[in-house]
Design a protein around this ligand. Structure first.
Ligand SMILES: Cc1cc2nc3c(=O)[nH]c(=O)nc-3n(C[C@H](O)[C@H](O)[C@H](O)COP(=O)(O)OP(=O)(O)OC[C@H]3O[C@@H](n4cnc5c(N)ncnc54)[C@H](O)[C@@H]3O)c2cc1C
Length: 363
């Protein structure tokens, strides 16, 4: 089949890779002039590392394999440890944390992408797209993998922009040595007035981020020129390593949290969606890139049954999307420390399967 993919993010690139391996003809159109490598880093759960292996995307040289995910109190006490080697053994694939730039570069290798080609007018019923510059392309199948502001979704469902969740992330990488940089631990520190997260991303990089409540026009919004000072005011009295991180805020990135309503059926006729265009969600459950890979994996196998693909994915992706939208992980407090590590590890291991069509299919 001839498949037109709009957008060269995680969803579009992974899908194109899978379809090319399956022998389809694929054209990817991306509005940016080159691969968009901005952003922080992403955690890839075992379902996703399994998918990367099937896509022959060798991730062994990038990122950092994680062994634990820990919740700490703001005074530095460890409250809870989830043992990520348990799902790794159960599902046969690791959890890896990797810079978004490295993930998209890995997926883009060997995929033909036409850059500077924004989809401007979409006719879903005919799998047809007019691109910037006036050229029109048509396929047997059209996939909108064009992210949160998807033009394909708009053509399918009208204007239903993703809503702000009320929380935002300020993030960046530090190469300043910390005790965590060389380790395999993801640490989340929640303290009532926000959350600080720290995850080694491979090499000498540590991803840091602060999640805070904010809204347009309020402190902590993108136009706040004093955000580094505000973060220091709010988090400066937390235990190390937080003050150390606050002392090395170089390039600070802004990432507002959005969420979409997720319909049961995403497409019409020969047109469907994949990734954030179908289900933007806040990054709090670390599921955005994973769910994009899940879409790509299932759609590669379901090209002849697009509504079946949408129904199967919609059922699964709504689970993490609902939880992410509550932003509950940003508000956890001391009671988390009362939970037994083994029980929560078992629960989380089961949850990862419920969030993954790839893992659900395997068992
Ligand atoms: C530059 C960037 C930085 C990001 N940073 C983070 C981050 O720090 N943390 C995080 O959790 N998530 C981040 N994300 C989102 C994360 O990548 C996604 O949630 C997840 O990977 C799902 O990917 P996706 O391919 O569905 O969407 P995206 O990664 O958003 O990719 C969509 C692609 O479609 C292209 N596109 C959009 N409209 C059109 C059009 N009309 N025509 C052609 N192409 C179009 C975009 O340029 C983009 O390359 C970022 C996304 C981008 C694009």
């Amino acid at each position: 089949m001839r498949v037109i993919v709009i957008g060269a993010g995680v969803a579009g690139l992974a899908l194109a890779r899978g379809l090319l391996h399956a022998g389809h003809e694929v054209e990817v159109y991306e509005e940016a002039p080159e691969l968009r490598t901005a952003g922080g880093s992403v955690t890839l759960w075992p379902g996703s590392t399994a998918i990367l292996e099937e896509l022959k995307a060798d991730y062994s040289g990038i990122g950092r394999r994680l062994e634990t995910m820990e919740s700490w109190a703001r005074d530095g006490r460890r409250l809870l440890t989830i043992d990520l080697t348990v799902p790794e053994r159960r599902y046969g694939h690791p959890t890896v944390h990797v810079a978004r730039s490295e993930l998209v570069e890995l997926l883009a290798d060997g995929v033909p992408v036409t850059y500077g080609a924004a989809a401007e007018h979409v006719v879903p019923e005919r799998a047809e797209v007019r691109l910037a510059g006036g050229r029109t392309v048509r396929g047997d199948v059209l996939v909108g993998a064009d992210g949160r502001r998807s033009a394909v979704r708009r053509a399918l469902w009208g204007d239903d922009p993703a809503a702000l969740s009320g929380w935002v992330t300020w993030q960046g990488f530090t190469t300043r040595p910390t005790a965590l940089t060389e380790e395999r631990r993801a640490v989340m520190i929640a303290g009532g007035n926000g959350l600080c997260g720290l995850i080694p991303a491979g090499g000498d990089r540590l991803l840091w981020w602060f999640d805070v409540r904010s809204a347009p026009g309020k402190p902590f919004w993108s136009d706040d020129p004093h955000v580094a000072d505000r973060l220091r005011e709010r988090f400066g009295d937390w235990a190390e390593p937080v003050p150390g991180i606050l002392g090395s805020l170089d390039d600070i990135d802004f990432f507002p949290h959005h969420r979409h309503a997720i319909p049961g059926v995403w497409g019409k006729g020969p047109t469907t969606l994949a990734g954030d265009s179908a289900h933007t969600m806040p990054p709090t459950m670390a599921q955005g890139a994973n769910q994009a890979l899940e879409d790509a994996w299932l759609l590669t196998r379901s090209l002849g049954d697009l509504r079946g693909y949408e129904r199967a994915r919609s059922k699964v992706v709504r689970r993490p999307a609902r939880l992410a939208a509550t932003e509950a992980t940003n508000m956890q407090s001391g009671w988390v420390g009362l939970l037994p590590d083994g029980l929560v590890t078992g629960f989380y291991t089961a949850l990862l399967r419920r969030y993954s069509n790839r893992l659900l299919t395997a068992s």
